[in-house]
Design a protein around this ligand. Structure first.
Ligand SMILES: O=C(O)CCC(=O)C(=O)O
Length: 269
């Protein structure tokens, strides 16, 4: 299939709103069926007590996941946002079983990450159809322009540990990111987003993949596990340690290689 480039209109929409939807699918229905079977194989590598959200940064250990993160169509979409030179450094599944009470509290990704400057885009690849009924992610259009807002610790059913305080953004403006399996959305690292529980009888599974322009430097004192994999263009800065390519199809990454999140940095873990 011929690769799609982002149009000038789509780039402008992203700059204004901080997200992008309605892109041509990256995978066909048949490919998604196979990818979901493969995902089952990968989940067999989880340890007791772990869930799919612990499949995190496994692109460093699994060639299967690395190939998804470097799918040529994904790279073309990301190139439209970041320009020609960028690396991948993060990946994580966000899955909600039928009836799962798990939520993702409203947050801004950049608050979690010791990355400067802000030039990071997340691809959210739908492994299942997602909509309002099964806990699709919601975003607040344009909220990436307001800068970073202070987060507080959250308890309860959120799978993340920090949240924005109510009143710091306009929750009623939230837009659900509906996707068919095999489609992606893109979002800016400063956009306010989150997701509700899944009261439906369907699974809701998405893979987030994080890409940054080569000018982005990670503060390694806060995330020593950080590894950049140049996936497009050239790295004229060499700001970050380069990752080693995985060699096994479904190998897990030892937990100590997960990239810590903001609360963990703050508590010095
Ligand atoms: O899938 C979700 O509900 C949340 C994903 C998310 O927070 C992210 O992509 O940063």
């Amino acid at each position: 299939m011929e690769l799609q480039q982002l149009s000038e209109e789509q780039k402008e929409f992203y700059r204004t709103n901080g997200y992008l939807l309605d892109l041509a699918p990256v995978y066909t229905e048949a490919e998604m069926k196979q990818l979901n079977r493969d995902l089952q194989e990968l989940t067999k590598r989880l340890e007791p007590g772990e869930t799919m959200k612990d499949i995190r940064e496994w692109h460093m250990s699994s060639t299967w996941l690395y190939e998804i993160c470097t799918h040529p169509q994904l790279l073309r979409y990301v190139e439209g946002i970041l320009g020609p030179n960028f690396y991948v450094w993060g990946s994580q599944f966000f899955a909600k079983a039928p009836g799962s009470p798990d939520t993702v509290a409203w947050h801004q990704d950049a608050y979690y990450w010791p990355l400067h400057p802000h030039h990071t885009v997340t691809v959210w690849l739908a492994f299942t159809d997602v909509d309002e009924e099964n806990g699709a992610m919601g975003i607040i259009p344009g909220s990436h322009k307001a800068g970073l807002i202070k987060h507080r610790n959250v308890s309860g059913d959120s799978v993340l540990t920090l949240e924005l305080e109510q009143g710091t953004f306009n929750e009623s403006a939230a837009k659900p990111l509906r996707l068919k399996a095999g489609q992606v959305s893109l979002h800016d690292d400063a956009i306010v987003h989150g997701s509700p529980a899944n009261p439906s009888d369907r699974w809701r599974i998405g893979l987030t993949i994080r890409y940054s322009g080569t000018k982005v430097k990670c503060d390694l004192s806060r995330a020593p596990q950080f590894r950049a994999y140049l996936v497009n263009g050239t790295d004229e800065f060499l700001h970050n340690p380069q990752g080693e390519l995985p060699i096994e199809k479904f190998a897990r990454l030892p937990k100590e290689f997960h990239i810590a999140s903001a609360d963990e940095y703050e508590s010095g873990q």
